[in-house]
Design a protein around this ligand. Structure first.
Ligand SMILES: CC(C)(COP(=O)(O)OP(=O)(O)OC[C@H]1O[C@@H](n2cnc3c(N)ncnc32)[C@H](O)[C@@H]1OP(=O)(O)O)[C@@H](O)C(=O)NCCC(=O)NCCS
Length: 136
């Protein structure tokens, strides 16, 4: 397996991160790369990037209050590197850097096995809501 490095997001990662969002169909992150960079590097955001030979092969984004609770908002790993521990390491490192007691998340059905693999997880009900008028 290639050596994987884990580091906080820098501007040089942006093209690779956006390409990963494109592969996942996360359209909100595609139309304006500067907006995406601001979202991924805003205060209270930890975005951890995995690279192999300098190329982005995964990332995780966490929104944190810095003390008690954080939200895992995105995690993805390149298809050819899945099931090798990269996703778990991204989450664990971002969790540690967030400095909180616990991490909440909304799960896509396909990712359920990932989250139920964490010891002591709790299953909770969640909703995602949208503004009444379309965002700008
Ligand atoms: C979910 C995702 C990030 C997991 O990344 P990964 O690097 O493959 O995960 P890991 O190798 O660290 O897996 C850790 C553990 O989670 C579980 N797991 C992960 N993917 C699984 C799968 N497809 N089926 C069953 N168990 C799985 C296993 O217990 C695994 O440990 P093991 O390989 O020792 O059995 C990756 O599949 C992905 O990018 N999916 C598409 C994007 C996505 O759905 N993101 C989450 C949105 S909520």
């Amino acid at each position: 397996m290639a050596t994987i490095s884990y580091e906080e997001l820098e501007r040089r990662h942006l093209v690779g991160v956006i390409e990963m969002c494109r592969n996942e169909g996360w359209d909100s992150y595609l139309s304006d790369s500067e907006r995406t960079f601001r979202a991924l590097s805003a205060p209270g955001v930890v975005t951890l990037v995995a690279t192999a030979s300098g190329a982005v092969c995964g990332f995780a984004q966490v929104l944190t209050d810095g003390e008690i609770r954080a939200y895992l908002t995105n995690v993805t790993v390149a298809v050819d590197l899945r099931r090798q521990g990269v996703g778990r390491r991204l989450i664990e490192e971002a969790f540690a850097r967030a400095g909180v007691r616990y991490l909440d998340l909304l799960s896509d059905p396909g990712a359920e096995a990932m989250y139920t693999s964490f010891p002591g997880y709790r299953r909770m009900q969640g909703f995602r809501i949208y503004p009444s008028s379309p965002p700008r």
